[in-house]
Design a protein around this ligand. Sequence first.
Ligand SMILES: Nc1ncnc2c1ncn2[C@@H]1O[C@H](COP(=O)(O)OP(=O)(O)OP(=O)(O)O)[C@@H](O)[C@H]1O
Ligand SMILES: [Mg+2]
Length: 750
Amino acid sequence: MTNPTPDGVVVLPVLRVRNTVLFPALFLPLAVGRTQSVAAVEAVLATEDKSLVVVAQRDNGDDVPTNLDKLFTVGTRAVIKKMSRGESGIEMLVQGVERVVLLRAEQTEPFLTARVRPLPLPEDSGTEVEALYRAVLELAGRMLELVQTPTPINVQQLAAQASDPLRLAFLIGSMLSLDVAKEQALLEAATRAEALSLLHGYLAHEVQVLELRKKITSQAETEIGKQQREYVLRQQMRAIQDELGEQNPEKAEGEELRRRLKEADLPEDVRKEAERELSRLERLPPAAPDYQVIRTYLDLVLELPWNKTTEDLIDLGRTRQVLDEDHYGLAEVKERILEALAVLKLNPKAKAPILCLVGPPGVGKTSLGQSIARALNRKFERLSLGGLHDEAELRGHRRTYIGAMPGRIIQAIRRAGVRNPVLMLDEVDKLGRDFRGDPAAALMEILDPAQNGTFRDNYLDLPFDLTKVLFITTANALDTVPRPLLDRMEILRLSGYSEEEKLQIAERYLLPRQRGEVGLTAEQLVVPPETTRRVISRYTREAGVRELERSLGRIARKVARRFAEGNTQPVTVWPTDVADLLGPEKVRPERFRKELPAGVSTGLAWTEAGGDVLYIEATLLRGGRGLHLTGQLGDVMKESARAARSYIWAHATELGIDPDLFRHAGVHVHVPAGAVPKDGPSAGVAMVSALTSLYTDTPVRSDVAMTGEVTLSGLVLPMACYPAQGERDRPARAARGGAQRDGVHAGGAD
Ligand SMILES: Nc1ncnc2c1ncn2[C@@H]1O[C@H](COP(=O)(O)OP(=O)(O)OP(=O)(O)O)[C@@H](O)[C@H]1O
Ligand SMILES: [Mg+2]
């Protein structure tokens, strides 16, 4: 506090500060606690200009550094602007005035004073300073955007506060949380350019840190934000619902399920499982992926008819009546059905038989099943096994799979709503089998009365009792049905219908039904039997009556249209009208040969449509040798031709044939309809007849057709209704369709 020398050197008390630097023109609040410092401040307060030097310690750890080495050499002369005394010392606000260089210590006791010389601020200017200044402003702007201060400051305000570039540097520097060394470097800067470029570096770093921090927090915030938002919205919704006196939907849903569970008639273990799932559900937020899964599952458990059955109504008289009402003919099948049902009546505890209806398409298998259900007063459900490859289709997928569903059996039971429906498994013969498992094996378990009491669907994962289900299966042929499955079933065969039967079915069932479909009465649409016969023979070629029904339907629709267009007169459809209604005839009438020359016989062939007549023609080739066969014959058929010839040769004397004929003449056997491949052993008898007729020159009766395999010793074997072992006359897969009437054989055209 000496008077300044001409170069401005003065002696002033020194206040040492930690962690911070006071810049000229800026304010700094300080708390003074150290005895030495308090003494210095007291002394300064006593002076008029209240000046002192504020200087940072080089090392924060030094408690009371007494010599100047421990302090930076550049400090700031400051003026105490405000002060207050507190318990822990003096609190005051100082303002920097100018930079000073500490030259040497004057005294150390009772407080430190030093001789200091002012260090004027640099005044350099130019494009570099200008450029740095702008760059600093820009960065500072970025920083201010990033630090969201409670009252936003923009950089223009800053620039206005500190018009001088250096002052701006000091101001910004003091705002950054820089360490002492950096602040000190700023304070000591020899030029403005140096100060600005130092600050630019600090700012750039600061901005980078701030940006990174923002990114991290915003990431965390979006995570938390989503959940929080949902939570808040949900709370609000609840509050609104409470206000309105409404119940919130999940709670309502949970309560509804609980109520249904209470009312449901469930076996004990099922109830336990359902309760367990329900409590899991109630603990889950409805947005959880498992929520819907459990809900759907509980719905199934609650809907399944665990204990619900319909009362059987087994009155055999009524049953017969119902079966007769729905189907014409089929006497034998109906008898067998009645027998099977009689067992159920006598012993309700008995295992229900598994019926298997086998026959060509359209002969009424499916509709018979429906009839049986109606006769028994049971619910009817049908599921097609055709093309089913995946075992899981029958048995369901475990619930852990996404989109898992119960298998078809459980679905059918659920649809039926009772646990004793008639369940028709259509097309057992079309079951597939591949890498996805063997559905036939699953089916076996389902149909096995010993196992199906605790049938376990993968999805349901609870045992379900299928013993009360009456299973009826259908198939077109049995050759592709696995043997063990066949053994479990009671086979009922439906053969194709004759023309006469078809006529009856048409008159009694199909016509009335088709009339009904289009809303015509029996008076309005008259179809005489001759007309139906024509439709049967010229427009359909089938074992069943499906195509026939469709054709009659077409006729009914065409006639209905006439009524719709204004006709009021009854319409009778004569055979001659059919072509107008159904178009040109589709099937050429079979032309039977009335006279057969010697060497020709009539055989029978199995076809898709039921059967056909075929002729075997043989002729002698005098002077030739051996046996010639034509007409697209398969190996089996060729062999039976050879066997036939050998048989006749061996029995030539008995048959009255000159054995020389075999030695001196060849024979040619031809089966016309030449483009169609034919095979099978069943043409055997017809071959023998044709050849015998040829050698003996005796015509065969033209009104008899024959079928049967012939052995070399002359036995005639009957043809099996479906391919028996060794019969290779048609590929197994082509089994769909085809009638085997009594006596219609299974050989020939395919
Ligand atoms: N004997 C019959 N009496 C009355 N209607 C019959 C008779 N046979 C078949 N039908 C009728 O023929 C139609 C076809 O029968 P259905 O659908 O039951 O054939 P399907 O044997 O199941 O054939 P697919 O093997 O193709 O499934 C049905 O409308 C059925 O009512
Ligand atoms: Mg069917």
